[in-house]
Design a protein around this ligand. Structure first.
Ligand SMILES: Nc1nc2c(ncn2[C@@H]2O[C@H](COP(=O)(O)OP(=O)(O)OP(=O)(O)O)[C@@H](O)[C@H]2O)c(=O)[nH]1
Ligand SMILES: [Mg+2]
Length: 482
């Protein structure tokens, strides 16, 4: 495609030669981007890379405007065996005349963005010579579902089965887990689990995991993560086991698969990818959880507990021994905050902050090197106030996505509408209170992405509309810059 991310000043040949010479000395920072499915990972990475690399006279973020000669461009990633983040495809979709959100991605992927700026050199300062400083930023996008599996590492098949079956038999899950529990009860006690039964059972169990995630955020805590988000393991026999109690010989096939899942899938992911991260952003769809009421929000909190456990393993655990360096900054971002009015955005941040704080207390993490904020990587709405019968409503206006129903009307994706999503509670604790926070109190509509012209300078303020993308960038990478 025609779109170029190389700064105009640098010819490709010059850029390549210089890369070979200086790459050995260029620092690398690896930023992990995670979150559950549809939490906004792809839109975030695409927006960030676009705002940094679009060739512009004025850098998009205020943090960059004081940096002499700042520029950013994509370079080949260092790991040939990891799929590349399809930046060009995603940006093409967003910059088209009929912009659409990027397609769902189900895999780990990576992108190398190189930042460059001019700095007076110590030796040649008197001669006013500038030297080029460089920083490689390797962005790694991976499904948050995979973090769930960390808990399995130290568990036996028996312990894992007991824990999972206890959740499945709980009142909250009884309806959803019925088909799987009926399947388990129907198994002949005299027979060992064979291949066909393992396949059938894992299908029913996977369906349960998928259903549980649709109805609530329970999928945050139940795994295996690859059953929900298989990546390149779709259909693999390694994903054919399920939780079951029984004599060692009866469940031996399931136990063998469980152990091979741990050693062939879970451990390599943590060793190869997770352990190498320096910084991390966790995108959290807090709005969807709020819409599920207090129960869903409490489940979200448990999910975040799992995430924190991965980032802050206790001393002497398998993971702590593996991590030679520690992720020193974690950003928890409530994504898609353009779905609500500015008055509620601060409240959303406060609710996320409560979730993370309570979860981190239980995990007993040390240090306060995390931050919570509301983020909209690509803002699709504007804030408006409407007064009806003397009452003021804080609303948002945008082009409602095709198929969305607002106030009983189905939209076809061509019309703009003013939507009142509801006001978030002023006291964040009210959102966790089952007597106050009932499900379906809010009306968050999906909006189409805004029309962004190709060839314009989208990095310029206002042209790539966002909320807090610059703050996110500064928190994650600001200390590497002058
Ligand atoms: N209004 C608005 N919607 C957003 C924003 N970011 C994401 N979305 C919506 O959320 C959906 C999911 O965003 P993605 O970036 O694809 O999420 P993801 O985490 O990469 O999803 P998977 O690839 O399926 O795991 C998009 O299709 C949009 O509908 C945003 O900043 N504003
Ligand atoms: Mg994605």
């Amino acid at each position: 495609m025609a779109y170029s991310v190389l700064p105009e000043k640098i010819t490709p040949l010059f850029s390549r030669t210089r890369s070979y010479l200086s790459d050995l000395f260029t620092p690398v920072v690896r930023v992990g981007v995670t979150g559950l499915a549809r939490s906004g990972k792809t839109v975030f990475i695409t927006s960030l890379v676009q705002c940094l690399s679009a060739s512009n006279a004025v850098p998009s973020f205020s943090r960059l405007r004081t940096i002499n000669g700042f520029r950013a461009y994509l370079e080949p990633q260092p790991d040939d065996d990891v799929p590349r983040f399809a930046f060009e495809d995603h940006i093409e979709q967003l910059l088209s005349k009929q912009p659409t959100w990027p397609d769902s991605t189900r895999q780990i992927s990576q992108l190398r963005l190189t930042l460059e700026w001019d700095e007076p050199s110590g030796v040649d300062r008197l001669k006013r010579m500038d030297v080029t400083q460089r920083l490689h930023v390797d962005i790694v996008d991976y499904p948050g579902e995979w973090l769930i599996d960390l808990a399995m590492i130290n568990q036996s098949f028996e312990k894992w089965s007991n824990d999972v079956l206890n959740v499945l038999r709980s009142k909250a899950m009884s309806e959803l887990s019925k088909p799987f529990l009926i399947f388990l009860d129907g198994l002949d006690e005299k027979n060992h689990i064979d291949e066909n039964t393992a396949i059938e059972g894992s299908k029913i169990y996977t369906q349960f995991l998928v259903d549980a995630r649709k109805g609530s955020t329970a999928g945050n805590v139940l795994g295996p993560g690859r059953f929900i988000m298989p990546g390149d393991l779709e259909g693999s026999p390694q994903l054919t086991f399920f939780p079951m109690k029984g004599s060692a010989s009866r469940v031996s096939l399931l136990e063998r698969r469980f152990e091979s899942y741990k050693s062939n899938i879970v451990k390599p992911f943590f060793e190869k990818h997770f352990a190498k991260l320096d910084r991390q952003i966790v995108l959290v769809d807090v709005l969807s959880a709020l819409n599920g009421g207090a129960v869903a929000l409490n489940e979200l909190e448990h999910g975040l507990e799992n995430v924190l456990r991965a980032f802050r393993p206790g001393k002497n655990t398998w993971l702590s021994r593996l991590l030679s360096r520690k992720i020193d900054r974690i950003l928890f971002a409530a994504s898609k905050t353009d779905h609500i009015h500015a008055t509620s955005r601060g409240r959303l941040e406060a609710i996320l902050e409560k979730c993370v704080m309570r979860a981190s207390k239980r995990v007993e993490t040390t240090g306060a090197d995390y931050k919570c904020l509301g983020l909209s990587a690509l803002r699709a709405t504007e804030d408006v106030e409407k007064t009806i019968d003397g009452e003021k409503f804080r609303c948002v206006r945008g082009i409602v996505d095709a198929g969305e129903v607002v106030s009983g009307r189905r939209f076809d994706g061509s019309e703009s509408a003013v939507v009142f999503p509801g006001d978030l509670p002023a006291d964040p604790l009210d959102a966790f209170d089952e007597t106050k926070a009932k499900p379906d109190r809010f009306h968050f509509a999906r909006f189409r992405p805004p029309l962004l012209e190709k060839g314009s300078a989208p990095g310029l303020q206002g042209q790539w509309p966002h909320i807090n993308l610059d703050t996110t960038f500064s928190f994650l990478l600001g200390d590497y810059l002058p």
